[in-house]
Design a protein around this ligand. Structure first.
Ligand code: TRP
Length: 336
């Protein structure tokens, strides 16, 4: 059976952009019976970006609760925390030893950090660059190769990491025989569409997000803060450049979107539009928000679900790691 796998880095609180771009398509895909899907919390990846233990802890809980509240089918998919699968770290070292340093030198995230340092002649080019950041793509390759995933749904910014995982897998296979499946990125175009409060892409790094399960009052406040132009109520408005419209469109049906486009042509007051968007989002989110709040009060229950997922995942990872150890020459002495 085809295997798909995707990880969610547990830094920060899931927002509407994550929901539209990654979570919603993944939840839909989680009901497919013709593939085996693995979904996991990339909590070792979180340590690369975040060294605040309270935040890491909270985000693991929030991300897991979000997926469950939105109806991830945990019977059908295997849902676990990366940190519950020790084989992943062992594999990380094994493949680190076949990964060219030059390959990692080309990683966008690392290069961007170095370029920023180079802008200042007094700075060491590697200032603030940890080995975690530098080797991040190898850990990600281990996540994927461990479970022989052939399809990996990711955002556009991650496609280079998939190329690297393929390179690493091919190198290992060349040295030790055909053990790894070469994975492919599946990029969902909707991922880059959602805009944030200020009109730029919604992203936690811009601080312009709308958290998915913000309580009703706070959600309303955030929607009211979305940037618009200063056209008077009666003026016809351009939906193409309007953040409110784009957020609505990401949630609404084609017919609902067409109806709103008509209202824009006739002229709609921003205040009215904001209230409408708030009510629409709130209608869509209030039920899962209720479940989310309940789940946040039941962390033991979530932990149990993750642990069960880890048991299922390790049915794959333990025997495969054993095979890989033997492939590289690590096996019990005396048992040729
Ligand atoms: N690096 C990914 C991100 O930031 C998260 C991730 C970690 C991942 N391991 C993965 C995604 C394996 C897909 C497959 O979005």
């Amino acid at each position: 059976m085809e295997i798909t796998l995707t990880g969610i880095t547990t830094t920060g609180t899931p927002h509407l952009g994550n929901y539209v771009g990654a979570i919603l398509p993944a939840i839909e895909a989680s009901r497919r019976k013709d593939v085996q899907s693995f979904y996991f919390l990339a909590d070792y990846h979180a340590l690369v970006k975040c060294q605040d233990p309270a935040l890491v802890h909270r985000s693991r809980l929030e991300v897991a609760a979000t997926w469950l509240a939105l109806g991830l089918d945990v019977e059908n998919v295997i849902f676990y925390a990366q940190t519950d699968i020790p084989e992943i770290l062992e594999l990380t070292w094994i493949i680190t030893c076949v990964t060219a340093k030059g390959l990692m030198n080309r990683a966008h995230a690392y290069k961007a950090a170095v370029a920023e340092n180079m802008a200042d002649p007094d700075k060491d080019p590697d200032k603030g660059v940890t080995m975690g950041l530098f080797c991040y793509p190898i850990l990600m390759a281990a996540d994927i190769l461990m479970f022989k995933a052939s399809k990996v749904p990711v955002g556009k910014d991650q496609t280079q990491h998939l190329e690297m995982a393929r390179d690493i897998a091919a190198r290992f296979n060349h040295l030790y025989g055909e053990h790894f499946v070469l994975p492919e990125a599946v990029v969902d175009e909707r991922a880059s569409v959602l805009v944030g409060l200020d009109g730029r892409k919604m992203s936690k790094s811009y601080g312009n997000t709308i958290p998915l399960f913000e309580p009703e009052k706070a959600l309303r406040k955030l929607v009211m803060r979305i940037k618009t132009n200063s056209l008077p109520p009666e003026a016809p408005k351009d939906p193409g450049t309007c953040t409110l419209f784009q957020i609505y469109q990401a949630f609404a049906t084609v017919a609902e979107t067409a109806a709103l486009r008509e209202r824009y042509a006739q002229g709609i007051a921003w205040g009215e539009m904001k209230q409408m968007l708030f009510e629409y989002l709130n209608g869509r989110l209030s039920e899962p928000r209720q479940r989310y709040q309940e789940l946040m009060q039941a962390p033991d229950h979530i932990e149990q679900i993750l642990k069960r997922g880890a048991v299922r995942a390790r049915e794959y990872s333990m025997p495969f790691l054993e095979e890989l150890r033997r492939a590289v020459g690590i096996q019990p002495l005396g048992h040729g």
